[in-house]
Design a protein around this ligand. Structure first.
Ligand SMILES: Cc1ncc(COP(=O)(O)O)c(C=O)c1O
Length: 402
């Protein structure tokens, strides 16, 4: 052991940041896999498909041409332009390239945007459950979290009525995701517009995470930015990770009102200088028509998987509250089997090799009664997983109940 007198100190803020509990399940699943057990991975929140070959070619070609230097902080002008055109053709939305900033993943966009608008003590309202990292970003910035419990009666989403009910002075921003993680549910556009208008009157921002847009089923892809009379308080977050199957390329973007763009640029210059250059060249290629057609095929595959998972769960007699309209998640109420979803996930994994995520990662409200299933695996594996889960629950006795 090192005998140095140095005593490491960790910041109080860092101490408050919570881990992603799904990593525990992932660790257990990997250990079982290494020991030879067959695992069905339904815990991971990313497409099982690799990025498209044309993306690899474009990035390799750019690197071969020596295009490996920093880009401007706001991103490659050609990519910002292309995204502006993409908004027109894909979402029927007028978005100026000047209002788009390319970031290292939408994770950076979320962090940057919150840094741009929050003072210590400012309140941020979000649903419970919600994407976990948002809560940690707010804590990092010493903001105050207001979690609004949402259940199946509102499709696990916020709405304008809930905003009005839970409104209190000092709320600087409301964060929503549509479709959402962990539930795959959406907020209808008319509702989102009403929320934006209500918040504009209160001088508060609406941050809309659209990173699962594109992956929507039996409905068109939609952006709040398609509204012609949108107030200036709306910030949109998006990413090349999910619909574009490019998680590892670490590339996202945000779209913000004029007044925020120089602020975001100044923060980006300090926090990361620029998003990865080869990834931006890959992204230029993935926005071409032929690549988008390939991604549409993948969207259809996710839709079939959603249907397979949802219907086989129903056939197995499981109570499912909502049919998810997007993303690749199903949020399942397991209260008839356990009041400890974390133990349930661990026990299920050990007994059957099916890896799913406990609700605890996504908030507090009914977290111990919910689990998230990701349909990021084949139809055959999904059907097999449901069969195994059905067998498992027949005899399941949660340790604390036994
Ligand atoms: C709702 C939501 N927003 C943002 C992210 C961050 O994704 P990325 O940084 O890969 O763009 C995720 C990742 O799972 C997510 O589910």
């Amino acid at each position: 052991m090192n005998k140095s007198p140095f005593k490491a100190s960790i910041s109080q803020i860092a101490e408050q940041i919570q881990p992603f509990h799904v990593m525990k399940i992932l660790g257990e699943a990997k250990a079982l896999e290494a020991a030879g057990k067959k695992i069905i991975h339904m815990e991971i929140g990313e497409p099982d498909f690799p990025s498209l070959p044309c993306v690899h070619e474009a990035a390799t070609q750019a690197a071969a041409l020596g295009l490996t230097h920093y880009t401007p902080t706001l991103g490659l002008p050609a990519l910002r332009d292309k995204l502006s055109h993409f908004y027109q053709s894909f979402y029927h939305a007028d978005v100026a390239a000047d209002n788009i900033m390319i970031t290292p993943g939408s994770s950076s966009a979320l962090h940057l945007v919150l840094t741009a608008i929050l003072n210590p003590g400012d309140k941020v309202l979000l649903s419970d459950p919600a994407y976990p990292c948002n809560r940690q970003f707010v804590k990092l910035l010493q903001g105050q979290l207001i979690g609004v419990p949402v259940g199946h009666d509102t499709q696990y989403q916020l709405n304008n009525e809930l905003l009005k009910t839970h409104w209190q002075p000092g709320i600087k921003a409301v964060m929503v995701a549509s479709p959402a993680n962990p539930t795959g549910t959406i907020i209808e556009q008319a509702e989102l517009l009403a929320m934006a208008n209500f918040l504009a009157e209160k001088n508060s921002y609406l941050i809309v995470d659209e990173i699962y847009q594109g992956l929507v089923y039996e409905r068109p892809a939609e952006s709040i930015l398609a509204h012609k009379n949108l107030p200036d308080n709306v910030i949109v977050i998006n990413s090349f990770s999910k619909f574009f199957s490019m998680t590892g390329w670490r590339l996202g973007w945000c779209i913000a009102p004029d007044v925020l763009m120089p602020v975001l640029e100044r923060l980006g210059q300090n926090l990361f200088l620029a998003a990865p250059t080869p990834s931006q060249h890959g992204a230029l290629r993935v926005l071409e028509a032929d690549a988008l057609a390939d991604l549409e095929q993948r969207r259809q595959t996710f839709e079939s998987r959603r249907n397979t998972l949802y219907h086989s769960m129903r056939e197995a007699g499981f109570r499912l509250n909502t049919l998810p309209q997007g993303a690749f998640y199903l949020y399942w109420d397991v209260s008839e089997f356990t009041d400890n979803a974390e133990n349930f996930c661990s026990d299920l994994l050990q007994a059957t090799g099916v890896a799913i995520t406990p609700g605890r990662d996504f908030g507090d409200y009914q977290a111990n009664q919910h689990v998230r299933l990701a349909y990021t695996t084949t139809q055959t594996e999904l059907t097999l997983a449901v069969r195994k889960i059905a067998e498992f629950v027949k005899t399941y006795q949660a340790p604390e109940n036994s």
